[in-house]
Design a protein around this ligand. Structure first.
Ligand code: R5P
Length: 282
C-alpha cells in the first residue's frame, strides 16, 4: 500500500504515510500555459490511498486527475475535507444537489472512501460505495487538555454540534453545553448556553467547520457580555473564508485552532492518526 496526495493535502498525507508505515509517492504538479492543471506521479503499485481535500474547485479537479493517474491500482479515497457537502438538499427549484454531484464524480472506479467530520453524514449515501466516517473530536479533546484552561466549558454554537462538543469534553471530563439562539427583534439575537453559565470560565466553542466565522464571532461577543473569562475556538475544518481568522481574533477570540484536513497556519492537531486507525480497521 502507498499514499499519494494532491497539493492540498500533502502535509497530512506525509503524516498519514508515517503513521501507517506506508511509502509516500512523489507527485509533481504544474499547469499548462492556458491554466489547466497537470500532474505526474511516481510508481503507485497495486494498492493506493489517494488523499485529497475538496478545498475548492481546483482541488477537486486535481483530485479527479490524480485518481485517473492511479487507474489500474485499487484505490481507497481519503477525503479529509469534503467540500460542497453543505449544499445537501435542493433548497429551491433549479438548484443542484451539489453533495450528490460531487459524490457521483468521486466514487467512480474506487472501492471505498474515508471522510472526516462530514457536515451531514446523510450525504454519504450518494457515494454508492462503502464510506467510513471518522471524527476528530477525541483528538481535539486531547489537544485541549494541555492548554491550561481555567474552569473550561466546551460549547457548541448550535444543537447540531452538541454531540461533537460532548465528545470533545468527555476526553477530559469537562462540562459541555450548546448555545441557544433567541431572536429579540428582526435585527437582534441573543445567544446563551442552554444549561450552564459561562461567567468567569474559559469557554472553547467547537464546531465542525469555521467558514466565514460569523457564527463563532457572534457567539464570542455574547459570551463576553455574559462574563466569560476567555473565549477560544476549535474546529476540524478551518475554511476561513473572507478573512474569517482575522474576524475571529478581532472579535476577541484568544486562539483559533483547527486540524490539517485543510492545511493552515493554525493546524495544531492532525487527522493522520485517526485516518491511520480507520484504515487498519477496513
Ligand atoms: C453549521 O451548521 C456548521 O456546523 C457551522 O456552524 C457553519 O458552517 C459555520 O459557518 P460560519 O463560519 O460561516 O458561520
Amino acid at each position: 500500500m502507498k499514499v499519494i496526495s494532491t497539493e492540498y493535502s500533502q502535509i497530512l498525507a506525509a503524516r498519514l504515510a508515517k503513521a501507517s508505515g506506508f511509502d509516500l509517492v512523489d507527485v509533481r504538479f504544474s499547469r499548462f500555459p492556458d491554466g489547466e492543471l497537470y500532474l505526474k506521479t511516481g510508481q503507485t503499485g497495486d494498492e493506493v490511498l489517494v488523499v485529497g481535500s475538496v478545498a475548492d474547485s481546483d482541488a477537486l479537479v486535481q483530485l479527479i486527475l490524480l485518481m485517473d493517474a492511479c487507474r489500474g491500482a485499487e484505490i481507497t479515497l481519503i477525503l479529509p475535507y469534503l467540500g460542497y457537502a453543505r449544499q445537501d438538499k435542493q433548497f429551491s427549484p433549479g438548484e443542484p444537489l451539489s453533495a450528490r454531484a460531487i459524490a457521483g464524480i468521486l466514487s467512480g472506479g474506487i472501492s471505498r472512501a474515508i471522510v472526516v467530520n462530514v457536515h451531514d453524514p446523510g450525504v454519504l449515501r450518494f457515494f454508492g460505495i462503502p464510506v467510513q466516517s471518522l471524527s476528530l473530536a477525541p483528538e481535539i479533546g486531547r489537544y485541549l487538555k494541555d492548554a491550561g484552561f481555567r474552569e473550561p466549558l466546551i460549547l457548541a454554537p448550535d444543537d447540531g454540534a452538541a454531540l461533537f462538543a460532548a465528545e470533545v469534553a468527555a476526553v477530559n471530563g469537562w462540562d459541555s453545553d450548546h448555545l441557544e439562539k433567541t431572536r429579540i427583534s428582526s435585527e437582534e439575537v441573543s445567544m446563551s448556553p442552554r444549561k450552564l453559565c459561562a461567567e468567569s470560565r474559559d469557554v472553547v466553542i467547537v464546531d465542525d467547520i469555521i467558514s466565514t466565522g460569523g457564527t463563532l464571532a457572534t457567539a464570542a461577543r455574547l459570551l463576553y457580555e455574559q462574563g466569560a473569562r476567555n473565549v477560544y475556538a476549535a474546529c476540524v475544518h478551518g475554511v476561513f473564508a473572507g478573512g474569517a481568522y482575522s474576524h475571529l481574533i478581532a472579535s476577541g477570540v484568544r486562539e483559533v485552532y483547527c486540524s490539517d484536513t485543510l492545511e493552515r497556519g493554525c493546524s495544531v492537531y492532525s487527522a493522520a492518526g485517526v485516518i491511520a486507525d480507520g484504515i487498519s480497521r477496513c
